[in-house]
Design a protein around this ligand. Structure first.
Ligand SMILES: Cc1cc2nc3c(=O)[nH]c(=O)nc-3n(C[C@H](O)[C@H](O)[C@H](O)COP(=O)(O)OP(=O)(O)OC[C@H]3O[C@@H](n4cnc5c(N)ncnc54)[C@H](O)[C@@H]3O)c2cc1C
Length: 412
């Protein structure tokens, strides 16, 4: 049992955690009920968001809230049961989204985001997966000059404070960059630092392949079977019960369910999202966020992927792809989308926390148990950073980022 460790959950976060632990000499067993990267980490918009130095706050504009409450627009959808279940966490999310607390969260969040592309680059190089990402940024496009001016003002501020690079593009420059877009649009803000992954699930699979090539074990199993055993932990897998001194929970949107069985009540909730693929006659060269409507169009291997905003509903409630229908109609104003691919809409859940910071570190009341979840809108971006930070803590190394703001003990 000396250096063995169980990592439960083979999404972007768990797989990167497993790799970083392995690099530090641990015998890693990575366990998931599915193949690596088949859940949230597969269906996202694939952006490695180096520009996302501010965590996503609860919008406070009365007009937006009224729209959301009445179910207007494509940005938000809710199930009454979801709001009821998440009410406590959402109240705290609203409070933490106030200017002072959000500014504090931004300080902590930006320290993680700053390393996102560099840490992915290291793992991509080792996994031979560089071809899965394009390093050309992505665009926010605007329908009105007012929205564009406000976004440029904010971008200039973020550039001054955090060094994130951007370019303003007028309608002519935008039309040249993306000839498939229907004009007139007011213009675009091109974030220059982010990367776009055109098959996020395949990227996780490549990272998992690297783990296995270096001697790690990847097994099918149910994290729900985790039990304390002797001085460590054990879990049931396809190869029998696996035991280790330590275990990491990286179950993304399903983490809450498991930690509740251990007695933890953290303010966690999910923002569900959908995607659908299209094959437009003239596609997009880079991902586009329709900033005033709240959906993304991203070129992927399967076609152009349309991803939606936030749906507040229980993680396993039946799909209600209302936002997808609305977003598709809005996207058709921007681009000749062509037919949707004949496949059911994909549904996934962003694993969110009330204070907008991920949960990374030792479980407060269980020896040898570690948490790594809650990366919300940027788990694809933050996987390698989260994996490295957790592995450094667990290994007892001096960490290269101060882990204090992310420790699970802040909620206990
Ligand atoms: C529509 C949408 C668009 C997004 N766009 C972006 C983006 O552009 N950029 C970005 O950075 N992020 C984006 N995100 C967020 C990002 O996808 C998530 O933050 C990230 O995937 C979370 O990764 P994870 O590894 O924590 O969770 P997951 O990828 O969900 O992994 C959790 C794993 O745990 C496993 N699991 C769960 N329960 C059990 C169990 N009982 N036993 C065994 N295994 C179990 C699951 O099978 C899964 O593999 C988006 C999300 C959505 C929904």
């Amino acid at each position: 049992m000396t250096h063995a460790i169980l990592v439960l959950g083979a999404g972007m976060v768990g797989t990167c955690t497993a790799l970083h632990l392995q690099q530090r000499g641990f015998d890693v067993v990575l366990v998931d009920r599915r193949a690596p990267g088949q859940e949230t980490s597969m269906g996202n918009a694939g952006l490695i968001q180096r520009e996302a130095v501010e965590p996503y706050a609860f919008p406070r504009e009365p007009e937006f809230l009224l729209h959301a409450a009445w179910g207007r627009g494509a940005q938000v959808h809710w199930h009454a049961q979801g709001l009821w279940q998440m009410a406590g966490a959402l109240r705290r999310y609203f409070k933490h989204s106030g200017p002072a607390l959000h500014a504090r969260a931004t300080q902590a969040y930006s320290r993680l985001i700053a390393h996102a592309t560099h840490e992915h680059a290291e793992l991509m190089r080792a996994a031979g997966a560089q071809a899965l990402a394009r390093q050309e940024g992505f665009r926010l496009v605007f329908r009105t000059p007012q929205a564009m001016d406000a976004a440029l003002h904010r971008a200039s501020d973020l550039h001054d404070r955090f060094g994130v690079r951007y370019q303003a593009q007028n309608p002519h420059q935008l039309a040249q960059a993306e000839p498939g877009l229907r004009m007139p649009l007011a213009g675009a803000l091109h974030w220059l630092d982010p990367w776009a992954v055109h098959d996020p699930g395949a990227l996780v699979q490549r990272y998992a392949d690297l783990l296995v090539a270096r001697g790690g074990l990847l097994l099918t199993g149910d994290a729900g079977s985790l039990q304390p055993e002797g001085l460590g932990w054990s879990v049931q897998t396809s190869q029998g019960r696996m035991r280790a001194e330590q275990a990491v929970l990286a179950l993304g949107p399903w983490a809450d369910r498991l930690i509740r069985t251990l007695g933890y009540r953290f303010p966690l909730f999910v923002k569900r999202g959908y995607h659908q693929h299209y094959r437009p006659p003239v596609g997009l060269r880079q991902p586009v966020l329709d900033a005033e409507s709240g959906y993304v169009l991203a070129p992927m291997v399967r076609g152009l992927r349309l991803t939606t905003g936030a749906e507040f509903a229980p993680v396993d409630a039946p799909a209600t792809p209302v936002q997808l229908t609305k977003a598709e109609a809005l996207a058709r104003q921007l681009l000749d989308l062509g037919e949707a691919l004949p496949e059911p809409p994909w549904l996934g859940s962003r694993p969110c926390t009330a204070d907008m910071l991920p949960v990374m570190g030792p479980a407060p009341r269980h020896k040898g148990l570690w948490f790594n979840f809650g990366h919300a809108h940027q788990g694809c971006t933050l996987g390698p950073v989260a994996g490295r930070l957790l592995a450094e803590m667990l290994h007892g190394q001096r960490t290269w980022i101060d882990p204090a703001p992310y420790l699970p003990s802040r909620f206990d």
